[in-house]
Design a protein around this ligand. Structure first.
Ligand code: SAM
Ligand code: DTB
Ligand code: SF4
Length: 351
């Protein structure tokens, strides 16, 4: 059996990432089948509830006010507008709506009250609700939880080392603090990052090490390929090669066995065959719908054709799956088992 390991090192993760592709795929697909139904993919739809004008300097982001990009900014949507978008998403089979706001952090007041109302409204549609609103305090996390939020997305984005070259207005620790504020509630954690921002393989492994030493692991991890947007400092980055995406997804699947791994930004530049390899390697979630937040996503009909060709089914909302477990729970499992675990685990460190 596979134990959920919380003390992965960068070296161990890098060794997995660099395995010969066929071995990596076989191992990742094996771990995937042990914990997940391999023909089911969860589908989320993004709604940009507040677009552009963000004070942060994330070098990849078309919504940062300081970069001159072509996106059209908008103030916070109304609850009715969001409800309509959620109903559209439901009609295409999405089980989750993820509302994104170009904010540095949540501020208490009328706008946050409106977001709380959006969460309640989408909940009543029997869909999972996710928000990504920037940093949140413990109190704000508790209000979101009380309104029925299912997941909160807050990405680490890269390794701590590379992060500092990409964002200067918010620290890595700030991000970890927001994740731990969410963890104090019953809202699930969605946290991942981006490849293709000029990082090394050490940095990719470093990001997965940071995510896989969280206790418990995030329930979902989005793996984004950079969408280089004109006007941002990363506009000239080369498109991520499909092999890199497959390696990143496979490695994430192995080190985060119970987590939902989401093939996120960048699908527009991937063929259906490339995406099929990602699903084989353990990706079991996507963002569907014509747009991500501000950039294009594959056409829904094309996604449906791909699902049909691959025999994939869409996951229903609120499906109870194996949930990430804690270091302490794994320890007691180990004690009660006579079996040899798949991973040889050095002394477990309390996180
Ligand atoms: N403002 C909030 C925040 O930063 O947490 C929420 C929205 S922000 C756009 C959510 C995530 O989208 C970022 O953390 C980043 O990982 C991803 N993202 C933004 N622009 C991207 C791009 N051009 N390519 C790939 N991913 C991107
Ligand atoms: C995530 O990791 N990727 C999504 C979601 N979480 C919010 C956002 C991708 C944004 C891509 C650029 C854009 O469309 O603006
Ligand atoms: Fe703002 Fe989020 Fe974009 Fe950073 S990623 S500039 S915080 S919207």
């Amino acid at each position: 059996m596979t134990l959920v390991k919380h003390n992965w090192t960068v070296e161990e993760i890098k060794a997995i990432y660099n395995r010969p592709m066929m071995e990596l795929l076989y191992e990742a697909a094996t771990v995937h089948r042990e914990h997940h139904e391999p023909n089911t993919v969860q589908v989320s739809t993004l709604v940009s509830i507040k677009t552009g004008g963000c004070p942060e300097d994330c070098a990849y982001c078309p919504q940062a006010a300081r970069y001159h990009t072509d996106i059209k900014g908008n103030s916070l949507m109304s609850v009715d507008e969001v409800k309509e978008k959620a109903l559209q998403a439901k009609s295409i089979g999405s089980s989750r709506v993820c509302m994104g706001a170009a904010w540095r952090n949540v501020k208490d007041g009328e706008e946050f009250d409106r977001v709380i109302e959006m969460v309640r409204t989408i909940n009543k549609l029997d869909m999972e609700v996710c928000c990504t609103l920037g940093m949140v305090t413990e109190n704000q996390a508790a209000r979101l939880a009380e309104a029925g939020l299912y997941a909160y997305n807050h990405n680490l984005d890269s390794s701590e080392n590379h992060y500092e070259k990409i964002i200067s207005t918010r620290s890595y620790q700030d991000r970890i603090d927001t994740i731990s504020n969410i963890r104090k509630t019953n809202v699930t954690v969605c946290s991942g990052g981006i490849i293709g921002m000029g990082e090394s393989i050490d940095d990719r492994a470093g990001m997965l090490a940071a995510l896989s030493t969280l206790n418990p692991h995030p329930e979902s991890v989005p793996i984004n390929a950079l969408v280089p947007v004109e006007g941002t400092p990363l506009q000239d980055q080369q498109t991520v090669e499909i092999w890199e995406m497959v390696r990143m997804v496979a490695t994430a699947r192995i080190v985060l066995p119970l987590t939902q791994v989401r093939l996120s930004a960048g699908r527009n530049s991937m063929s259906p065959e490339g995406q099929a390899l990602c699903f084989f390697a353990g990706a079991n979630s996507i963002f569907a719908g014509e747009k991500l937040l501000t950039t294009p996503n594959p056409d829904m009909n094309e996604d449906m054709k791909m699902f049909e060709a691959l025999g994939l089914k869409m996951q229903k909302p609120f499906v109870k799956k194996a949930q990430p477990t804690t270091v302490e729970a794994e320890d007691s499992k180990l004690k009660s088992l006579g079996e040899k675990p798949r991973w040889s685990r050095p002394t477990l460190q309390k996180q």
